[in-house]
Design a protein around this ligand. Structure first.
Ligand code: MIC
Ligand code: SF4
Length: 641
């Protein structure tokens, strides 16, 4: 029986376990990446492990999220990251060098390697055939310490691409089509693997757009084969000596198959407030828009921006639209600056933004009240833009640019620009001067007052008593649990950041929780399906833990968040009968008894002391995670407390 590409890479990295879908396996991690918003915690945790230097093949620390630097906190964090990188043997990518995923794709990602990153869009590197996935900062710290990553061996879904995209239809429309089929939940422990003759029509940046947004479906990663197109991309980056030929066997067996005819795809859009809420651009035509933002780790390549410039060429955006464009990396910025593209963008009225995450994480460019914002990034959760009443639509760069010109939602296929004259090229500017490689004579690790200690939990008790501190519905994202935007600067300061837990859903939650904690009560979170989707931020576990949350009881929990809960000693529990979600109410007193033996069996009985009901639950954790939970988290486990 032939092998999938996914299982070829996993088997080459297998350290422990039986490589069969659903089994727990441990794999060797070659590369790691962190970004500043999750990185400070990751390196603080790495320091707490007491190791001198990182042990994996390559560790890169990017600064791309908190680059606005309002107040001293961001700059302090960056100085900590720069100096700790030098001490620990980590390559440091300075603010301004670009968005981690775009830069990693250009300069480091390799076919056949494993890469783990403290950011959910790490699968972008699947565009060159790297088995790359997101995880919490603590897992990255462990990978840097040379510890293998324990995961559930995934099911593999084959996405077969046929035909060729028509002009003005692009890679973004392909992944939006995938999202329309697979949605944003129910895909935990699955991998998308792209095959078919249509794959050959897509360049590496286009492939990376597609693998990037697989994260929105909740799959572990997405993979494109490593072929002559990958070789040519790596050659353009001066890295072809590391190319390997890698693809699935002809007779590989998959768990599911979805076919897309690229030639029949139309421009699509994710509508408010979920990336999985897909409609055709045609059906939205004519809607007045206020803001257009082009960039992010999904769509900010040189090719993307040249196509945008072709659409904007000779035109001016109308007075009712604000257009912002952020090149994904400094290299892309240099390229558009040197070939006239930048001039075209400026002349059209675009506001040129820093090569950073910026608007995507609500750091700036928040839209006006009730306004409509078209963006090329990957998430449109309610309020993520910084404006709760705004309606954010996710679209391709082509749809974004043409709609900006028209001042309303418009189908780019109606644009008369000669977009076919824009040819993809693998000729890149290479300039690594914004990377700092570890060197002698460092300054020692600098810590500003914003850098706290990584907090840890207490060990698990045999009886967990408490009450329901909050009951939330389906698809609660980590942006709901731990908002970013204006609060992002508190990522290294857990006591301060904990003050905004669940702020977008229930602004009183944190005050109420802290009071109950101080009165000695434990907290339960009751949730619907797909709890914790979105970002990898482990703060969505750390801060609730800090407030005294002991367990999350949900219909389903997303992969990265589930791992983060275990890493910080919060029990991830699932309703055996999803309808029991209705039985529990906010404020109910709850009890879990015989916790140790229940943990062992993987089955719990939750007593609702308020209404006298007994609710069967299952533990959502591997055997390795069960041990971690007993210690009250991974840091305690490592230190043996
Ligand atoms: C995101 O896109 O939500 C983020 C911000 O990049 C997060 C990481 C974070 O919260 O710092 C992610 O995707 O993991
Ligand atoms: Fe940055 Fe947005 Fe990409 Fe997250 S999704 S890494 S915030 S650009």
């Amino acid at each position: 029986m032939g092998k999938t590409m996914c299982y070829k890479i996993l088997s080459a990295h297998l350290m422990e376990g039986n490589l069969k879908a659903g089994e727990t396996i441990t794999v060797k991690i070659d590369q790691t990446l962190t970004q500043d918003a999750t990185g400070t915690m990751a390196y603080l945790q790495f320091e707490a492990m007491g190791l001198d230097k990182v042990k994996n093949e390559l560790a890169v620390s990017y600064v791309d999220h908190n680059t606005v630097q309002v107040g001293f906190e961001n700059f302090d964090d960056h100085e900590y990251l720069r100096t700790v990188a030098n001490e620990k043997g980590v390559v440091f990518s300075r603010a301004g060098n670009g968005i981690c995923h775009q830069v990693h794709l250009e300069r480091f990602a390799l076919p056949g390697k494993t890469l783990i990153g403290s950011d959910s869009h790490t699968p972008t590197a699947g565009g060159v055939g790297s088995f790359s996935f997101g995880a919490g900062g603590l897992d990255i710290a462990l990978a840097m310490a040379g510890v293998g990553y324990t995961m559930v061996a995934p099911k593999v879904i084959n996405i077969v691409l046929k035909g060729k995209l028509r002009p003005f239809v692009s890679a973004k429309d392909v992944i939006l089509k995938v999202l329309s089929r697979y949605g944003v939940n129910g895909n935990v422990n699955k991998v998308f693997e792209y095959t078919g003759e249509g794959v050959k029509t897509l360049s590496v940046p286009e492939r990376a757009t597609i693998t990037n947004m697989g994260a929105e479906c909740g799959v572990t990663t997405s993979l494109f084969p490593s072929d002559e197109i990958t070789y040519s991309f790596l050659k353009g980056q001066g890295r072809e000596e590391n190319w390997v030929d890698l693809k699935a066997d002809e007779d590989a067996v998959y768990d599911d198959r979805f076919e897309i005819d690229l030639s029949s795809l139309d421009p699509l859009a994710s509508c408010p407030h979920s990336p999985g809420n897909i409609k055709s651009v045609d059906s939205l035509k004519g809607m007045k828009i206020n803001q257009v933002l082009i960039g992010s780790c999904t769509n900010s390549s040189y090719y993307d921006l040249r196509k945008v410039a072709k659409i904007l060429e000779g035109k001016r955006i109308p007075e009712n639209v604000s257009l912002g464009i952020a090149p994904g990396s400094r290299a892309v910025f240099e390229m558009i600056a040197s070939d006239g593209t930048l001039e075209t963008l400026i002349k059209a009225g675009a506001r040129i933004l820093e090569s950073a995450c910026g608007f995507c994480i609500g750091n700036h460019q928040s839209p006006g009240t009730d306004s409509v914002s078209l963006r090329t990034n990957n998430r449109n959760f309610e309020g993520r833009s910084g404006t709760k009443s705004a309606k954010v639509f996710l679209v391709s760069p082509e749809t974004a640019a043409w709609s900006a010109v028209k001042g309303e939602f418009s189908n780019p296929m109606e644009c008369d620009s000669d977009i076919e004259s824009v040819k993809y090229t693998d000729s890149f500017i290479i300039d690594d001067s914004m990377f700092i490689y570890p060197h002698e004579n460092g300054e020692g690790i600098k810590r500003g007052p914003n850098i706290g200690e990584p907090p840890s939990n207490t060990s698990l008790s045999d009886s967990v008593k408490g009450s329901v501190w909050i009951k939330v519905g389906d698809k609660i994202t980590t942006d709901h649990i731990m908002p970013a935007g204006q609060y992002l600067k508190y990522r290294s300061n857990i006591p301060r950041y904990s003050q905004v837990v669940f702020n977008p859903v229930d602004p009183d939650f944190a005050t109420r929780a802290a009071k109950l904690r101080d009165e000695g009560e434990g907290g339960f979170i009751i949730a619907g399906s797909s709890y914790g989707q979105g970002s990898s931020r482990e703060h969505a576990a750390i801060c609730p833990m800090y407030l005294g949350v002991k367990a999350v009881v949900a219909v389903s929990i997303e992969r990265i968040h589930q791992a983060n809960l275990c890493n910080f000693g919060i029990l991830p529990l699932l309703f055996k009968n999803p309808e029991d979600y209705e039985v529990i109410n906010e404020g109910d007193k709850l009890e879990l008894s015989d916790v140790y033996s229940s943990l062992e069996k993987g089955e719990f009985t939750l007593k609702d002391l308020t209404n006298g009901k007994e609710i069967p639950l299952s533990l959502c954790a591997t055997d390795t995670q069960k041990k971690t939970l007993i210690f009250g988290g991974r840091l305690n486990e490592i230190k043996g407390n």
